[in-house]
Design a protein around this ligand. Sequence first.
Ligand code: ZN
Length: 309
Amino acid sequence: MTADLSDPIFYDENAARMALEAIRWPSGPVCAHCGATGKIGAVQGKSHRPGLFYCGDCKGQFTVTVGSVFERSKIPLTKWLLAVHLMAASKKGISSHQLHRMLGITYKTAWFMSHRIREAMTSGGLGPLGGPGVIVEADETEIVPSTKTRTAGGRKRSENKRFVALVERGGAVRSKVIDERGMSQVRAAVRENLAPGTILHTDGANAYKALMPLGQHEVVNHNKTFARDSNNGRVYTNTAEGYFSLFKRGLVGTYQHIDERHLPRYLAEFDFRMNHRAKLGVNDKQRAERILKGAEGKRLTYQQTDRAA
Ligand SMILES: [Zn+2]
């Protein structure tokens, strides 16, 4: 982990605010209400907190957190930025318990914070993976809920959860929670996420059969070998399997008892780090900045249990 904890943005509220302003508004403040940029001024005076802006177009006031997952939070921005940096830099994620201890906030607050940060990591509207001649690996995996999770809250026994992941060789990942026997969902994920001409590498799972045109699907039979050569490159699914193994170790080691309703958001967190991994030239600081940028235009409608206690 290389977050430089001596950076003023982690202890000086003004430095934290200005850092967030620079990331969110690289060419100057943008009105959070009407999107105008022309007639914006800082609201001066002792009765106002620093960082309050006034828009001459819509007469509204706003700060850098309005219209983001940080809006209406009572937690200091310094703690938000520290939590974001920790989540950006921890390969297997960081538990709410650890955030609670490191940031000196309640467990409940840490839990809400980490879910808001996960929301900032979700990436809608990304383009398809692959393209002509580009290899994408597909794989599925299953997690079995712990006995504790199965009976939590007196709810009925949870089913095992299945996931499908598509990983472009040397590129991005898209993963998804699917039903236990969701062959059609696997096929839908492939159809929705692959650009035409992509070469799909999979193990022998039936879901992929007859899905790709001839010559665009290579299978590695795991009963015999873990990789083989073909005219379409070396066939293996190790990247996708490695991704799942990281996700599972994160779930087991860091998030022991997560509620299955939140699984898609945890998956989005792991997708985000994979899509901005060091191998693709993104360092910890840049990854954190992309989360902060992604916090924009997103809201979570949790109740106001968000206290800096
Ligand atoms: Zn405005």
